[in-house]
Design a binder for this molecule. Structure first.
Ligand code: FES
Length: 126
């Protein structure tokens, strides 16, 4: 599926071959966030060992940019410590993808927000 928005090659590559997309059994933490601008939803699931993100999965009912940014965000944080991971911002994710069309910047908030919320949820129950 292609959209008529002008995405760069890297964004399209992550959309067509998303990393870490799917279900996770018995995650140590998870969070679901919605994008108030479009109603799209993203769920992030984490396995955490020794304060590091050992595994991460996402599921989304989102657009091309939401899928590509989720893919990139999960790729960036896998293996990082919790402290490193919670500092990742939507700007870091968008930069790692090269760029996002300005009207799709709001989509990049989903992955960073869901990740931070999942880490907060984990800390509550840890
Ligand atoms: S349009 Fe909803 S996340 Fe992109």
């Amino acid at each position: 599926m292609r959209s008529n928005i002008d995405y760069n090659k890297k964004v399209l590559e992550h959309f067509e071959n998303p990393r870490n997309m799917g279900e996770m059994k018995n995650p140590d933490a998870e969070a679901t966030v919605g994008n108030p601008r479009c109603g799209d939803v993203l769920k992030i699931m984490l396995k955490i060992r020794d304060d590091k993100i050992k595994d991460i999965k996402f599921q989304t009912m989102g657009c091309v940019a939401a899928i590509a940014t989720s893919s990139m965000a999960t790729k960036i944080v896998k293996g990082k410590t919790i402290n490193e991971a919670k500092k990742i911002t939507n700007v870091d994710v968008a930069k790692a993808l090269g760029e996002l069309p300005p009207i799709k910047i709001h989509c990049s908030n989903l992955a960073a927000d869901a990740l931070r919320k999942a880490i907060e949820n984990w800390k509550k129950f840890d």
